[in-house]
Design a binder for this molecule. Structure first.
Ligand code: GLN
Length: 377
């Protein structure tokens, strides 16, 4: 189930593997039976995902790997790619140039909101689709092929193997992604994009169609936790000076219109993707990925949110808990005994919930409860 790829633990004694494995096993058992959420189907190919698929993976900065469930099941990376392309654009263009085109403010809107660019006609941040498309357009290269190659090279270094693209998912999104296309044209109008719109969208849709596993994504998150160096291969994959930028934007914007509540309950820089992955980073310690395709109306994995809420409850994982006084989070991870209680839902599900099919189903959707019921006391 698990493997150790590094005998040496420069940051102290090796974590107790059996305690960590036990904690992951019990979280897996607790939420395997959860049947809430629905598979996103606005990209038709995504609808084929298996709702029962469920994996949790952890990779530490020392290269230790812990995993449970379907950690080798393949899925397309979707928005989990966004922090990494943000880092590449920052390395290519510099902070100032990127910020001139894309802000760093949480939008409070859905991931694919087209309602407003900010006051200066920029997308709010690089984690929502509009901002991510703008960021992808800033990747340098001699031509479309070279830009794709550079992006795949960077993603490959962070995951530790050569990435492949799921061409069927790519075609599925390219032929149906009219909303992203509309956003791109709007940004072209504002001068945010300065290359051919279809070329930029092709690169963005390919970026979203890169095939990954929970283990890959935990490694990619661990690379961010480890100052940009892949802890398994030792490859300097992401420029260290931009890790701070990327983690900050993940912390404030990575979970879209759930970012505030996530920061409150889980308290980690994170990113979700509509195919059902959530990654989070415990800086200097480890990266973690939960994969489970059914998503809520905001496009965040339901099991993923539950697992993170429970993990963060007692382990000192929340960045504003004094984990530095308690030592390593992984030394406390099996203190996760009870499910975290649900908070009252303070948001209304919006009519423009776009992760599931629109039209006749929308009425049903808006009547669905936005989150699990409050426990009875
Ligand atoms: N490719 C998807 C899109 O652009 C990514 C969205 C997501 O994962 N939230 O709509």
């Amino acid at each position: 189930m698990t493997q150790s790829s590094n005998e040496h633990h420069p940051r102290g004694p090796a974590p107790d593997r059996s305690r960590i494995e036990g904690a992951l096993e019990s979280l897996y058992a607790r939420y395997r039976v959860c049947d809430e959420g629905r598979i996103a189907d606005y990209i038709p190919e995504l609808a084929k995902a298996d709702p029962g698929c469920f994996a949790i993976g952890i990779v530490t900065v020392d290269g230790e790997v812990f995993e449970v469930g379907d950690a080798e099941s393949a899925f397309t990376i979707q928005s989990l790619s966004k922090p990494f392309t943000h880092a590449l654009a920052l390395a290519d263009r510099g902070r100032e140039s990127v910020m001139r085109r894309v802000g760093v403010e949480p939008s409070g809107d859905s991931f694919d909101s087209i309602i407003r660019l900010d006051a200066s006609n920029r997308p709010h941040n690089p984690m929502v689709n509009a901002g991510a498309i703008a960021v992808t357009s800033m990747i340098e290269g001699a031509g479309p092929g070279h830009r794709l190659e550079r992006m795949l090279d960077m993603l490959g270094r962070t995951m530790g193997r050569r990435p492949v693209i799921d061409e069927t998912v790519f075609e599925s999104e390219r032929s149906t992604g009219h909303r992203n296309r509309a956003m791109a044209h709007l940004m072209m109008n504002f001068g945010i994009l300065d290359r051919d719109v279809e070329e930029i969208l092709d690169l963005y849709f390919r970026q979203c169609s890169v095939v990954v596993t929970a283990r890959d994504m935990a490694t990619m998150a661990a690379t961010l936790a480890n100052g940009g160096v892949n802890p398994i291969t030792g490859d300097a994959a992401v420029k260290r000076e931009y890790i701070r930028d990327v983690l900050t934007v993940m912390h404030t914007c990575g979970m879209y219109n759930y970012a505030g509540e996530w920061a409150y309950t889980v308290g980690l820089p994170a990113k979700s993707g509509v195919s059902g992955g959530i990654i989070a980073v415990v800086p200097g310690q480890f990266g973690i990925c939960v994969y489970s395709p059914p998503v809520d109306e905001r496009g965040n994995s339901v099991r993923g949110i539950r697992v993170f809420e429970d993990l963060s409850r007692n382990s000192g994982m929340h960045v504003f808990e004094t984990w530095h006084q308690q030592g390593r989070v992984l030394d406390h991870i099996d203190e996760v005994r009870d499910p975290a209680p649900a908070l009252p839902d303070t948001t209304q599900p919006v009519g423009d919930a776009t992760v599931h099919k629109r039209g006749s189903e929308l009425d049903d959707l808006t009547n669905e409860p936005a989150s699990r019921a409050m426990p009875e006391d």
